[in-house]
Design a protein around this ligand. Structure first.
Ligand SMILES: NC(=O)c1ccc[n+]([C@@H]2O[C@H](COP(=O)([O-])OP(=O)(O)OC[C@H]3O[C@@H](n4cnc5c(N)ncnc54)[C@H](O)[C@@H]3O)[C@@H](O)[C@H]2O)c1
Length: 374
């Protein structure tokens, strides 16, 4: 039997349930050295806890997260709550002596991110930030390709994430549509880590940014018969500059909650004089490479189930969003056990803070209509 790690989840909403389901089918993974056991789930809404009653681990269900933190059996805590609560809850988890997988963004703004970073350092706990898309087979392939510098002279890079569910004006407002709970950064806090993780891991850190941020509907139904104000940025184009293999190039980060037709499209496109690549999860298995010879070619292959942590699933199949979540947790728990080796690791505290430095510069750029160092 592999050793088990006892986990607590704070926030039993969309992501809390997604993570619990990844643990429940851990038997699909064949080469992870530890097995998570969901011990406690905390959500202040008792109705949100109902779903967890069906789980094989039969976790303890509590409405006060302090009860979860007081449980000595819990070793690792995953927190998935609205953004204005991140700093307080992350710091409480660390003060309770637990390791943490924190949801993005790492606090509601840059100041909060820096205070969380200081608390992590002081605690000595193992902390990472949630970002699952780099565990996609195409993303891992892209990471290796881009690291090796097969581009020739780098020309241009785009990393982005598009949604469209907010196009529907009848969709009720929730905490993600209001700055007080989502943060002034809005869509940047919501989707920004997904776009930034790979360029940051490649060392392609933007040095300056010109931001174009736009809002969508100013009001939405509040779900109680009235209307609620929505004041967050919904779409963000960050035109940045980054040094890639010795060349300063344009690197664009695109995050949109209003992208017609896109359900959950995470994408990369990088061009160089000799090589390049593109992938987009709207065409989930496709991976395209550019080659320049006598003729110029974009060639395409269908990637199968080439994930980092091997599974029972055949190589000809394809992974989905829940598989990426499971792969991210396999990486977190393997790295925590000191056994990650050369495999891809979850977003670090430094990377999470760096995203906030970019977002803060983007807000200033938008406010002042100018290029801002980040
Ligand atoms: N990694 C991803 O792909 C991804 C996707 C969606 C959301 N997220 C992130 O996950 C986090 C949560 O988002 P969500 O969509 O799951 O939200 P959600 O609204 O579906 O769920 C949040 C839950 O937190 C609970 N909650 C609020 N305050 C609490 C408290 N003090 N103690 C305990 N529970 C509390 C709510 O009752 C709710 O059930 C956010 O940081 C969001 O950005 C990540």
């Amino acid at each position: 039997m592999k050793p088990t790690v006892s986990i607590g989840i704070i926030g039993g909403g969309l992501m809390g349930r997604e993570i619990a389901s990844a643990f429940a089918r851990w038997c699909a993974l064949t080469d992870v050295p530890v097995t998570p056991r969901l011990a406690v789930v905390a959500d202040l809404n008792p109705a949100a806890l109902e779903w967890f009653k069906e789980l094989p681990d039969a976790p303890k269900l509590v409405t006060d997260y302090k009860e979860l933190l007081a449980d000595p059996a819990v070793e690792v805590v995953y927190v998935a709550v609205p953004h204005h609560l991140h700093e307080k809850l992350y710091c409480d988890v660390l003060a309770a002596g637990k390791d943490l997988l924190a949801e993005k963004p790492f606090g509601i703004d840059l100041a909060a991110a820096r205070r969380i970073e200081a608390a992590v350092r002081a605690s000595g706990r193992f902390v990472r930030c949630s970002s699952e898309f780099p565990f996609l087979p195409g993303a891992l392939r892209a990471f290796d390709y881009l690291k090796e510098n097969r581009l020739g002279m780098p020309l241009h890079a785009v990393f982005g994430f598009h949604h469209s569910s907010d196009l529907d004006p009848t969709k009720p407002a929730n905490w993600k549509r209001q700055s007080a709970s989502c943060g002034e950064i809005g869509v940047l806090g919501d989707l920004g880590m997904h776009a930034c993780h790979l360029p940051l891991r490649l060392g392609w850190r933007p040095t300056k940014v010109m931001a174009q941020l736009t809002r969508g509907y100013a009001e939405r139904p509040d779900g109680k018969g009235g209307m609620a104000t929505c004041d967050t940025w919904d779409n963000a184009l960050l035109h940045t500059w980054a040094t890639v293999h010795g060349h300063e190039i344009p690197l664009r980060l695109e995050m949109k909650r209003l992208a017609p037709g896109a359900t959950n499209s995470w994408f990369i496109e990088v061009h160089g004089t000799e090589g390049g690549l593109r992938l987009n999860t709207s065409d989930w298995k496709a991976f395209e490479l550019f080659e320049r010879g006598k003729e110029q070619w974009w060639k395409r292959t269908d990637l199968g189930f080439g994930v980092e942590f091997k599974t029972i699933t055949g190589g000809i199949f394809e992974p989905g969003f829940p598989d990426l979540i499971q792969q991210m947790w396999a990486s977190y728990l393997t790295e925590r056990a000191g056994l990650l080796g050369a495999r891809f690791g979850c977003a670090t505290v430094e990377e999470a803070v760096a995203t906030h430095e970019i977002f803060a510069a983007a807000l200033e750029s938008q406010r002042e209509s100018k290029v801002v160092a980040c």
